[in-house]
Design a protein around this ligand. Structure first.
Ligand SMILES: NC(=O)c1ccc[n+]([C@@H]2O[C@H](COP(=O)([O-])OP(=O)(O)OC[C@H]3O[C@@H](n4cnc5c(N)ncnc54)[C@H](OP(=O)(O)O)[C@@H]3O)[C@@H](O)[C@H]2O)c1
Length: 271
């Protein structure tokens, strides 16, 4: 029988996940299919029940459900418990088990480049769901200090507390007048750039010592990425995180190595 997978969220029609996973199924000749399923805010309970009814094999979760989904799951991985959000659900003998592959998916492109995180300093812009997984990732890898910058004081304060609760030295600040010279990593986890806006921070002081990672994947070349590349920083693209989390989700569901190149090819072709 064909196994069915899905990504749930709202909006969902522009999600690249169906293309990525269906390309992997084709590459490995798996009798599986992956669809996008729009579940509006406020309808998650009914949506998850319908996924149970059709005995879905697994699904990804995106905006706005990554936190609320936890309520409807039977078990949680340790990452989910720490982050408080899930993006990958596996149907394990009728039990919905939650995982979070955003954290390791974020870390993967850094590790691939052999860039060490232990003992380093990071500036994280934004304090939404993605920022939480990123902060947890830096904490897990032994970062020395994490600075959270954003526009809503209460939210950056809370994110900074979250970092401290994971045992990392942390501080919070606004997006204006940031001195970027003291950071090794600069991460954009705001949604500024999605609509081709200018970088959320001044890029003048970014240089070849910096690793600049913009998790926005559409457009691929955000203003922050373009300016940082001009200034000779090491840049990491948002599509690499998207691919990283998809590869890890694939491996949770299918228990085999994901066909990375086939998934990357279709993803880059989609831009
Ligand atoms: N590459 C990947 O695999 C991947 C994975 C997940 C997310 N993403 C991308 O990451 C971004 C954030 O996702 P999320 O799930 O964390 O969303 P979210 O929970 O909605 O958080 C959005 C963040 O952006 C901030 N923000 C929005 N507009 C801003 C502005 N004009 N100036 C300053 N800050 C602003 C928000 O600040 P306030 O709290 O003040 O509103 C909040 O901190 C999205 O663009 C998403 O596409 C990429």
């Amino acid at each position: 029988m064909v196994k069915t997978y899905a990504v749930i969220g709202d909006p969902i029609e522009h999600s690249l996940s169906p293309s990525i996973h269906n390309a992997a199924f084709k590459e490995l000749n798996l009798d599986c299919t992956y669809i996008a399923y729009r579940i509006p805010k406020g309808q998650l309970k009914e949506g998850v029940e319908s996924l149970r009814d059709i005995k879905i094999s697994g699904f990804n979760v995106t905006i706005p459900h990554k936190i609320e989904i936890i309520e409807y799951l039977d078990e949680l991985s340790s990452e989910c418990k720490v982050i408080g959000a899930a993006n990958t659900i596996s149907n394990e003998d009728g039990k919905f088990v939650g995982y979070n592959t955003d954290m390791d998916g974020f870390l993967e492109p850094i590790k691939k480049r052999n860039i060490g995180i232990s003992g380093q300093t990071a500036l994280v812009l934004g304090s939404g769901g993605a920022a939480r997984a990123i902060v947890a990732g830096f904490a897990k890898e032994g970062a020395k200090k994490i600075t959270i910058a954003g526009r809503t004081l209460s939210k950056v304060q809370e994110m900074s507390k979250f970092a401290s609760s994971l045992g990392v030295d942390s501080e919070h600040t606004t997006l204006n007048n940031l001195d970027v010279s003291k950071f090794k990593f600069i991460i954009n986890a705001t949604s500024v750039g999605l609509k081709n806006e200018p970088s959320p921070i001044s890029t003048n002081a970014i240089n070849s010592e910096h690793v600049v990672y913009d998790i926005i994947y559409m457009p691929m070349n955000t203003d922050l990425i373009q300016q940082s590349r001009k200034n000779a920083a090491t840049v990491i693209y948002g599509y690499e995180m998207l691919l990283g989390q998809a590869v890890l989700a694939f491996q949770i569901w299918h228990k085999i190595k994901a066909p990375y190149e086939a998934m990357k090819k279709v993803l880059l072709g989609g831009f």
